[in-house]
Design a protein around this ligand. Structure first.
Ligand code: PLP
Length: 438
């Protein structure tokens, strides 16, 4: 960092400011985490210099013998971690992973079905502002108005009506589990392929704490940077479906054979939608998957869930409505419509109080995505710092102190006091092995 400081003071200072922010404020954004020093070292390594279009052993560039080792390690460890038979660790992001799957099996105009964005789905699950909604005929299922949970009968009704070619299950802001088997039964009934996007709960699934999508879904995509605690990136997996013949005959040197799903997927990632893979990030993925295979990661994942459950219970006790009634994973969505604030105001006030959350639409929200009626809270990052249930309860109390005084004249003082308490709490759990620049 001394070199950066001398060469480029502006970037150095931005990083210094971000370091202080991550150190002294509380990170509760459900999609964020702190990677280990080892992951960051790999990501900050000279593997960023290497072009390696293609796949291990079959590259379009020379000099790939060492990046091949890193990519093979990432693949082998991902296979062990998720019990998958095929994996592609090259997608630059979760969105690229989803794009590759959609492009590999669909043609423009084909019908897809995913969870509505305002009910917790992701942009890439068919939102009209995203490629998935623009290139495909997207239909969305939602959660039940009363329970806040996905009603599988409704999913089935819609699937029978829409007859999609691909069904997407998975979410960005849904605190219950997914019944992958029930989704597969519906997919089979209507002749659809099934993709699970486990970007959020991937770490909990890897730790065996939530149901496993691999036996039921044709495709499983994920990001690597949320509960999985790796570098920012994406990944595509398949169980036994990787061998699915696609009915496409290809000519080979020795005759002809049927093309397999795995080949189609690899080709869709590169050259289909990407060029050179980010080899430094793939090395970081390998390190993170190695960490996630250790027993300590399971303990971490168990604590993430305990912290979320304790926090949700505290919020419920303080009169907050949690969408779907509670949490089974690392996150919760607070519906603030019975409070004095909307999501935007809550996010801003909590920011002033040293707590980072994001405003989020709640199901059947009457406010715009720029205002919203909710906030999404997750415990993956605070758990990496070492915080436990007691801290989770303290944090719920501090959040309530801010939100319940939003309209009061003394709100600025309250935010200042809470900010001080949050700083003390964060400093009691210093970022050491995780979340520090390499
Ligand atoms: N899928 C889900 C369910 C997500 O929550 C996210 C990110 O928030 C993504 C995909 C996209 O990941 P990325 O931001 O890496 O493109």
């Amino acid at each position: 960092t001394q070199i950066l400081k001398m060469q480029d003071k502006e970037v150095f200072e931005a990083i210094a400011g971000e370091t202080l922010r991550q150190t002294e404020t509380l990170e509760l954004i459900a999609s964020e985490n702190f990677t280990s020093r080892a992951v960051m070292q790999a990501c900050g390594s000279l593997m960023t210099n290497k072009y390696a279009e293609g796949y291990p052993g079959k590259r379009y560039y020379g000099g790939c013998e060492f990046v091949d080792i890193a990519e093979n390690l990432a693949r082998d460890r991902a296979k062990k971690l998720f019990g998958c038979q095929y994996v592609n660790v090259q997608p630059h992001s979760g969105s690229s992973a989803n794009m590759a799957v959609l492009f590999s099996v669909l043609k423009p105009g084909d019908r897809i079905m995913g969870l509505d964005l305002s009910h917790g789905g992701h942009l890439t699950h068919g939102s009209p502002v995203n490629f998935s909604g623009q290139l495909f005929d997207a239909h969305s299922y939602g959660v039940d108005r009363e329970t806040g949970c996905i009603d599988m009968n409704r999913v089935e009704e819609l699937a029978l009506e829409v007859r999609p070619k691909l069904i997407i299950c998975g979410a960005s802001a849904y605190s219950q589990g997914f019944d992958f088997k029930a989704f597969r039964d519906i997919a089979d009934k209507v002749g659809a392929l099934l993709m699970a996007d486990i970007a959020h709960p991937a770490g909990l699934i890897a730790a065996g704490l939530l149901s496993d999508p691999m036996p039921h879904c044709h495709f499983v995509t994920t990001t690597t940077h949320k509960t999985l605690r790796g570098p920012r990136g994406g990944m595509i997996m398949m169980g036994s479906d990787f061998e699915n013949p696609l009915g496409i005959t290809i000519r080979t040197k020795t005759g002809s054979r049927i093309k397999m799903m795995s080949e189609v997927m690899d080709a869709e990632v590169m050259p289909g939608i990407q060029g050179g893979p980010l080899m430094h990030i793939i090395a970081g993925k390998a390190v993170a998957f190695g960490e996630a295979l250790q027993p300590a990661f399971r303990e971490y994942a168990v604590q993430v869930r305990k912290n979320a459950a304790a926090m949700a219970e505290s919020f419920a006790g303080l009169g907050y409505n949690i969408v779907s009634g509670g949490t089974k994973n690392h996150l919760m969505l607070l519906d603030l419509r019975n409070k004095e604030v909307n999501g935007k105001v809550a996010e801003n006030l909590l920011h002033d109080a040293g707590i980072t959350v994001n405003k989020n639409m709640v199901p059947f929200d009457d406010k715009s995505p720029f205002v919203t009626s909710g906030i999404r809270i997750g415990t993956a990052a605070m758990t990496t710092r070492g915080m436990t249930e007691n801290d989770s309860r303290t944090v719920a109390g501090l959040i309530d102190r801010v939100i319940s005084s939003a309209d009061s004249a003394g709100i600025e003082d309250i935010c200042r006091t809470v900010r001080h308490e949050i700083r003390e709490l964060c400093l009691a759990y210093p970022l050491e092995g995780y979340g520090v620049n390499p």
